[in-house]
Design a protein around this ligand. Structure first.
Ligand code: C2E
Ligand code: CA
Ligand code: CA
Length: 675
């Protein structure tokens, strides 16, 4: 309708394609009025123009070249009144420069900008001015778009278009792009943005900025055991628990998966940062209730304190490195990034570079340690242990395997070890020396889809029979991703290769799990063997591992056997195999024949008597209690769960104390005999 009226008014010459909005039409009409004013009665056009102006939704006014308001429309009057100003104060005759700041809800800065823009348009220096601003007038949470267009000879038309709806959806979109949908916390992008801003502000004030990197311990286990919805719920709940501990200006962001990052824009130093981080970890200490289950959660925290010229990325990286360090020392720890830690990181990086080089040059060699059959008193196998021939001397695996694992270099290194060990095993076979070759596989190798093919290829290339290879996987590897390990171990066993669980007793495997795996052997961790005859708990644990191996149809291999007493004690418990310095240290392939000779002479010597300590009491168990333990054990409970169940049922240990896994272990160890 407006357009028609404009056309009939002869304004068509001024209507440019694409600008047919109400404002454009009104301007066109005014132009037309101006041009035709001489011929036709100008006031008619003026009236028409004013009525058009009135019909516009945008609050609009026209000003003369001094900024004095010469016309306003209905929307303008309404807007001003709603905003708390009286019509008089914003009406014709007033100066727009005064009105804008006071009555129209623009803040002082916007008003100043607008004044500059309006002046430029009035003076012909700017063809048009446009600016969006939030309107803070009482009762109005709006966004306005102010557009200033010049009038033909002098003056201008100012229209305020309400763009609140578009602005709100734009803001919502921005929010979406900067927040994590699960927890509604700032995401990584917003985190870096805020941190960068904090760094530039702190640079001026000289304050330190603290960044905490918080990683939930064993989150994967919660996800695996309770399901992903419970994992999601936990993450949301963690966000809720942490939020109240932040002040205005602090940032809590979800960085990735189970990782959160907190930024404190001004701290006095690392001590304060640690204190603040302590409040966060305290907030997580109460159990969480997830899908009906009560779950206790810990988090590992790394803290970095710094200021410009450090960048946001550097600070987050440092906090991440500190977190990594904290985690490697166990759960629920906090660590501040420091010079030594940096040295450690540098060392790791150096080792990584050297490892790559060593892999290219083939600077590795395998040593072989004899494994003996305790029942028959003969050597039946060897374990292949890798050594690095470094320019500074031979390096032991503990100095580089963790770096190789962290960087993935363990995969090519492991492939080399496997091929070399298989070749050596086959070569010895050709010399009439039939030994089982034990090879260590790390978690990274087990989760590598190529592992099965690698084993098959190594066997084929060397001609070593599959049954002569034993794949050793640590208990922690298996527990890290139980489902994946189950599949991989099954495939390995299907090749006819033996599977041994290494360092057994250090993890938390339950019997049920063990039964699901095609396990041929359990290797008792050398720390338990070292504690035999010294520490009651270790005796009990070794005995229960041997019983456990029997229960799942596996053989038992004791590691780290150094004394004849340990050998005798293990034999008395019925342990099947052993390896350790007593029988021989790991040696290069060429020295193995000599090592086997010495090993045989150790086996031929008369055996020692096991260490028996006087006064070591066996717990006296009553019928129902014992029965309950047998039941729980039979149901596949781990030592931990059995202890927890007994405590929950208020069944006390005969000593009157609560149950621990070690006390359960003692009873379980004695089970086969008691049954
Ligand atoms: P592991 O698999 O538990 O190997 C046994 C470790 O105990 C070896 O240390 C061996 O030298 C040491 N040992 C043997 N008998 C005794 C003893 O009587 N007393 C004491 N105190 N220690 C004894 P090593 O060779 O330093 O290897 C350390 C670890 O590095 C291994 O522990 C294994 O986890 C890892 N590793 C070694 N070679 C490889 C490999 O080729 N691949 C992978 N993934 N890991 C390897
Ligand atoms: Ca091993
Ligand atoms: Ca071991």
């Amino acid at each position: 309708e407006l357009a028609l009226r404009a056309l009939s008014a002869g304004a068509e010459d001024y209507l440019v394609k694409g600008t047919h909005d109400a404002r454009g039409i009104a301007t066109a009409v005014l132009y037309a009025a101006q041009r035709r004013g001489a011929e036709l009665k100008a006031h008619r056009y003026e009236r028409l123009a004013l009525s058009l102006l009135d019909a516009m939704e945008a609050s609009t006014c026209a000003v003369d070249d001094a900024g004095t308001i010469i016309a306003v429309n209905g929307a303008w009057r309404e807007f001003a009144v709603r905003g708390g100003a009286d019509a008089e104060a914003t009406g014709v005759g007033r100066n727009y420069f005064d009105v804008c700041a006071g009555a129209l809800g623009a803040d002082a800065r916007v008003a100043a900008d607008v004044a500059v823009g309006l002046r430029a348009v009035l003076e012909g220096r700017l063809p048009r001015y446009e600016r969006d601003y939030p309107c803070h007038a009482p009762d109005q949470e709006n966004w306005l778009s102010l557009r200033i267009n010049p009038l033909p000879d002098s003056g201008a038309v100012l229209s305020h278009v309400d763009v609140s709806r578009a602005k709100r959806s734009e803001l919502a979109l921005t929010h979406l792009g900067l927040h994590d949908p699960l927890t509604d916390l700032p995401n990584r992008i917003l985190l870096y943005d805020r941190l960068t801003q904090a760094l530039s502000l702190a640079g001026r004030s000289g304050a330190d900025i603290a960044v905490a990197f918080l990683d939930v311990d064993q989150f994967k286990r919660i996800n695996d055991s309770l399901g992903h919805p419970a994992g999601d719920e936990l993450l949301r709940e963690i966000g809720h628990r942490l939020r109240p501990h932040l002040r205005e200006g602090d940032t809590l962001a979800r960085f990735a998966g189970d990782e959160f990052v907190v930024v404190w824009p001004s701290v006095s130093g690392p001590e304060e940062a640690e204190l603040l981080a302590g409040r966060l970890t305290d907030a997580l200490s109460e159990p969480f209730v997830l899908t009906g289950a009560s779950v206790t959660v810990t988090a590992s925290v790394g803290i970095a304190v710094g200021c410009a010229p450090q960048t946001a990325e550097e600070l987050v990286l440092a906090a991440d490195a500190a977190m990594y360090h904290a985690k490697s020392h166990g759960r629920g720890r906090t660590r501040v990034y420091s010079a030594e830690l940096r040295a450690g990181v540098d060392r790791r990086l150096r080792t990584e570079a050297e490892l790559r080089e060593a892999l290219r040059n083939g600077d590795f060699v395998l040593h072989y340690q004899p494994v003996v059959d305790l029942h028959r008193g003969e050597v039946t196998g060897v374990e292949a242990l890798v050594r690095w021939l470094h320019a500074d001397g031979v390096r032991q695996p503990d100095a580089f395997i963790p770096v190789a694992e962290a960087t993935g270099l363990i995969v090519p290194l492991g492939t080399w070890v496997l091929e070399q060990a298989c070749r050596q095993g086959a070569a010895w076979s050709g010399q009439g020396l039939d030994l089982v070759m034990a090879v260590n596989f790390s978690a990274r190798q087990i989760s590598d889809p190529q592992v099965i093919r690698g084993i098959r290829d190594a066997l084929t290339a060397s001609g070593l029979p599959p049954g002569r290879l034993l794949a050793e996987v640590t208990e922690s590897t298996v527990m890290e991703d139980a489902e994946l390990a189950q599949v991989a171990l099954k495939q390995i066993a299907d090749l006819g290769v033996g599977v041994a669980i290494d360092d057994f007793g250090t993890g938390y495997s339950s019997l049920l799990y063990l039964k699901r795996y095609p396990i041929g052997a359990l290797k008792i961790d050398k720390h338990f063997v070292a504690g035999m005859g010294v520490n009651d708990d270790d005796d009990a644990i070794v005995a229960s591992i041997i019983a456990l191996a029997r229960a799942v149809g596996a053989v038992c291999i004791a590691e780290g056997v150094e004394t004849r007493e340990q050998q005798a004690a293990l034999q008395a418990l019925g342990c099947d195999y052993a390896q350790g310095f007593l029988f021989g240290r790991p040696v290069p392939a060429l020295e193995l024949p000599g090592a086997l000779e010495r090993c045989r002479s150790v086996l031929a010597a008369p055996s020692a008597r096991p260490l028996r300590r006087v006064g070591a009491k066996r717990p006296q168990l009553q019928g129902p209690l014992l029965q309950r333990i047998v039941e729980l054990h039979g149901a596949g409970g781990s030592l931990h769960t059995i202890a927890a169940a007994l405590n929950a049922e208020d069944r006390l240990h005969p000593s009157g104390r609560r149950w621990h896994s070690s006390s359960v272990a003692k009873v379980v160890a004695a089970l086969p005999r008691q049954r």
